[in-house]
Design a protein around this ligand. Structure first.
Ligand SMILES: Cc1cc2nc3c(=O)[nH]c(=O)nc-3n(C[C@H](O)[C@H](O)[C@H](O)COP(=O)(O)OP(=O)(O)OC[C@H]3O[C@@H](n4cnc5c(N)ncnc54)[C@H](O)[C@@H]3O)c2cc1C
Length: 463
């Protein structure tokens, strides 16, 4: 074993690695590794396995579930593993180190006329982080989640073995899911490592598929008098979609009120908004008339809508959407609260039932609890964020989330569509798979990480 890799033990440096966007507190670590290459990463894995010291992988720390926060042991950060190794214009692929961010990959692919389709809202996240949480975003409505765009992975195990996993067939696309290990009959091994949340091995390199740059797009934020109107609009638009629509994003009444402080031109007398992005192709040249008809049919109008036609307008709309998680995360921080949010998606045809359940439950019990519902409505996937302000409200909020989780499971949905389980959603995973299901995952972990040192506390506990 080489002796090049230094372990940093300065607690003032380590302190910067004990947080992500979950606001989970109480993390600690004795050491931090910042490997400059794969050999050094391997050294860290071997050292921790030999000494049976926990090792938590850390990337951009934008995760919402505390996955990168260690509770003892050591941290391995991918900060210095951020090289774009190759972009192949003909094959439309990119080979990158796992610490490359979405932003960096987009920038590097653009000159080749290519783009990486998964679009989680937070562009400073790394592709490695996205692979580990099977992240997705608005455009997953059209393009699927991270899993659908991963062609190869290089994985280091604590045994020192290096797996080179290549995808043979496209994964089956179904309900968005980032809850626990992927399991399907005749699945490919690569799929086990997508969504593993740093519990089985270290992902050092990633091969992704890229797509030819999209034709021009048209964007629209439409405002509706009622939530019902917004839902009806999305349902109708999904029926006529010719696969040119990239996403439908939802804003509920409280989301609009919250954003109203920074965006005074929001028509606050409206209850809901839907943000749509569509690729403009030869097939949808009459797009403006089509949207106008649909809007009128749902008691909305094109005149009132915000339109994104040029780059500047589109960037403004993108920032408007991105402001939702930013604003709510700020509020969680201000109130020193661990993020209390759902990440539930339900199968097609079950969304209304889930949506009505949210509203019935949230409006019952004469709640003073502040909440917002927003997100990827095209995928039947909303984030309900709850902001309790005292102990009694925290109990109430926990109870509500558990009820939402049970309802989602009853409808065949998932408790985590894109954020993963991390350390704060383990109880929900138990609702979804039961003790037997979790025990099967533990057995899988044991096979790849027999010392149980990697990603301790992520997805499940070891006992
Ligand atoms: C404002 C905001 C908006 C967001 N929007 C979205 C969204 O639209 N969709 C979405 O899915 N998520 C979203 N997120 C959540 C977050 O960006 C994702 O979960 C992302 O995948 C985390 O990536 P990261 O690089 O920050 O990883 P971290 O948070 O640092 O780590 C995430 C997990 O991956 C593990 N890990 C990281 N790298 C490796 C590696 N190389 N090998 C093994 N394990 C590793 C870590 O141990 C941890 O368990 C948002 C977050 C914020 C703050």
């Amino acid at each position: 074993m080489g002796n090049m890799l230094k372990k940093i033990t300065d607690q003032s440096i380590i302190a910067g690695y004990l947080e992500d966007s979950s606001n989970l507190t109480g993390g600690s670590a004795d050491g931090l590794y910042l490997p400059q290459n794969e050999a050094e990463a391997k050294e860290a894995l071997l050292e921790c396995a030999a000494k049976k010291e926990p090792l938590t992988f850390s990337a951009a720390q934008t995760g919402t579930t505390g996955g990168c926060i260690p509770f003892g042991g050591n941290i391995l950060s991918v900060q210095k593993l951020n090289k774009i190794i190759e972009i192949d214009q003909i094959k439309k692929t990119a080979l990158i180190q796992s610490g490359v961010t979405l932003e960096e990959l987009a920038k590097a692919s653009a000159p080749y006329g290519l783009f990486y389709a998964p679009d989680p809202t937070e562009k400073s996240a790394t592709v490695g982080g996205n692979v580990n949480t099977n992240a997705s975003g608005g455009r997953s409505y059209r393009f699927g989640s991270t899993r659908d765009h991963i062609l190869g992975l290089k994985v280091l195990l604590t045994s020192g073995e290096r797996l080179e996993l290549k995808r043979k067939e496209s994964p089956v696309r179904g309900l968005k899911n980032a809850a626990g290990y992927y399991a399907r009959p005749e699945m490919e091994l690569i799929d086990l490592f997508i969504g593993q949340e740093g519990t089985l091995g270290f992902i050092s390199e990633i091969e992704v598929s890229l797509l030819p740059k999209m034709a021009d797009t048209f964007e629209l934020v439409a405002f509706f008098k009622t939530e019902e109107g917004a839902l009806g609009f999305v349902e109708a638009a999904k029926k006529i979609d010719d696969r040119s629509i990239n996403f439908f994003e939802y804003f509920d009444p409280n989301t609009l009120q919250m954003l109203g402080r920074s965006y005074p031109h929001i028509p606050l007398e409206r209850e809901a908004a839907v943000y749509v992005e569509q690729e403009l192709t030869e097939r949808n040249q009459n797009y403006l008339e089509e949207w106008e008809k649909l809007l009128i049919a749902h008691d909305s109008s094109l005149e009132e809508a915000w339109i994104g036609s040029d780059a500047k307008q589109k960037e403004q709309l993108r920032q408007f959407r991105h402001a939702i998680p930013e604003h709510i995360n700020e509020l969680f921080k201000e109130h020193h609260l661990v993020k209390m949010a759902t990440d539930i998606a339900v199968p097609e045809g079950k969304f209304r039932e889930m949506f009505n359940y949210y509203n019935d439950q949230l409006k019952a019990e004469s709640l003073k609890l502040f909440y917002i519902k927003f997100g990827h409505i095209g995928d039947n996937h909303l984030h309900v964020n709850l902001l309790p302000k005292n102990e009694a409200e925290i109990v109430l909020a926990k109870g509500l989330i558990l009820r939402f989780v049970k309802k989602a499971v009853e409808l065949g949905g998932t408790v985590s569509a894109e954020h993963g389980i991390g350390k704060i959603k383990r109880d929900y995973l138990l609702e979804m798979y039961g003790e037997n299901g979790i025990e099967r995952m533990r057995r899988t972990k044991k096979k790849y990480d027999p010392q149980g040192v990697l990603g301790r506390g992520n997805i499940f506990t070891l006992e």
